[in-house]
Design a protein around this ligand. Structure first.
Ligand code: G3P
Length: 214
């Protein structure tokens, strides 16, 4: 499973890349707003940090305007993937962009039918938001299972990015289902490694090491 970082923070991306486990980056308007920086210079800086895909979201509602935004962002670097919201206009944009060889990540996916239509329009990736489904007492990972089953039924090449990941179980379940990608917040990275027995084991080893002449 590929791991993307769900952040627009240069500091977090640099740290994640140094750990050697980050294959790409996803952003959204909320994550970009948190950085308090001018948008296009930030996108240039992020895309130059890694060769892997970097999702940048369009924010217009008119298809022609979305396509114009997408072309501007895609011209910044070869690793830009255009994030497009799932709706009828979004499908039209995905179709147009895929015809121009521009990769897309269809976002705000909350149902298998949305995922199937996004794939038919030519999406490179779909992003089901598992945490937000759980937030309203749904089963986010069941959504991912359904999409994976449907994509398998028809040999659909669109990759599934498990998004809105909130904790390690989401990550592990994504891998069990065989999702192509999990995109995770930086804070979740450390949670994935944390284990009390590892901490206790380290503590004991270091204490015993003090008794050794060296
Ligand atoms: O980037 C999209 C998604 O991962 C957002 O997550 O935590 O805001 O639901 P969250």
């Amino acid at each position: 499973m590929k791991i993307f970082l769900d952040t627009a923070s240069i500091v977090e991306i640099k740290k994640g890349l140094a750990y050697g486990i980050i294959d790409g980056v996803t952003t959204n308007p909320s994550l970009v707003a948190k950085e308090g920086r001018e948008f296009l210079p930030l996108v240039r800086e992020i895309t130059a940090l890694l060769p892997g895909p970097v999702s940048i979201e369009v924010t217009a509602s008119d298809p022609e305007e979305m396509i114009a935004q997408a072309e501007t962002y895609a011209a910044i670097a070869a690793n830009v993937v255009i994030k497009v919201p799932i709706n009828l206009e979004g499908l039209q944009v995905v179709k147009a962009l895929s015809g121009r060889g521009i990769k897309t990540n269809v976002t705000l996916i909350f149902s298998p039918s949305q995922a199937l239509l996004a794939a038919k329009a030519g999406a490179t990736y779909v992003s089901p938001f598992v945490g937000r489904v759980d937030d309203i007492s749904g089963d986010g990972m069941a959504l991912v299972e359904d999409i994976a089953l449907i994509y398998d039924n028809y040999d659909i090449a669109t990759e599934i990015i498990v998004a809105s990941v909130r904790h390690p179980l989401h990550f592990v379940e994504a891998a069990r289902i065989g999702a192509d990608v999990a995109t995770i917040p930086f804070a979740t990275l450390a949670q994935l490694l944390h284990h009390p027995l590892t901490d206790a084991g380290m503590e004991r080893f270091l204490k015993d090491w003090e008794k050794v002449k060296h």
